[in-house]
Design a protein around this ligand. Structure first.
Ligand code: GRF
Length: 198
């Protein structure tokens, strides 16, 4: 049966777009809603223009009350009956209360070769460490940040003249290949990791 996918974004949503554009034909999944914590996320505008349902749950009125924010997210999700969630540049940490409910049904893309460089500024950190290989990872989401079983990785060679900006752009291009490929497999029940070289 076709899987209904909720996609969470906070920004431009280029990964969300890559996922949506791939979910056609014999793909085992379809987008059912795009969710954002900020009304001006570019991804929300694009999703609306595609006729995809969108929901904004602003985190700010909740202050630091993450469980209350997540309860609002869950209530919004319920109306769209997703089978799974793809985090695509969603910039809010999720607590175990939320990740446990979606265990095995929620995936994320992170711009590093995990377990290296969890968190932010991954490209600058890879350069600073003198890494010759860098890339991105799709993994199942657990309560620990940027952790959880790895479902796929795409890697590239760091060029001598790469800056954090050029690396970010090169890795983003790889993300757009990796995430749709992993989602296709994941939605079909395949958990063995996929490795791509850029
Ligand atoms: C990507 O680099 C992704 O790996 C990270 O946030 C960025 C989102 O970019 N989690 P976009 O909104 O998909 O363009």
């Amino acid at each position: 049966m076709t899987k209904r996918v909720a996609i969470f974004v906070s920004g431009g949503g280029s990964n969300m777009r890559a996922l949506v554009e791939d979910m056609t034909g014999d793909h085992p999944a379809r987008p059912c809603v795009v969710v954002s914590n900020t009304a001006d996320a570019g991804g929300i505008v694009w999703a609306k223009a595609q006729g995809i349902a969108t929901v904004v749950v602003d985190h700010r009125p909740f202050g630091g009350d993450r469980p209350a924010f997540e309860a609002a997210l869950s209530a919004a999700l319920e109306r769209h009956s997703p089978d799974m969630i793809c985090l695509a540049g969603f910039m809010r940490k999720l607590t175990g209360g939320f990740t446990d409910v979606w265990a095995g049904r929620m995936i994320n893309i992170h711009p590093s070769l995990l377990p290296k460089y969890k968190g932010l500024n991954t490209h600058a950190r890879a350069l600073e460490a003198g890494d010759t290989l860098h890339g991105c990872t799709v993994h199942e989401v657990t309560a620990a940040l940027d952790d959880g079983p790895i479902l796929g990785q795409a890697s590239l060679k760091v060029a001598p003249d790469d800056t954090a900006e050029t690396l970010a752009a090169r890795v983003l291009t790889l993300e757009h290949r990796l995430y749709p490929a992993v989602l296709r497999r994941f939605a079909a029940g395949i958990r063995a990791p996929l490795f791509i070289t850029g």
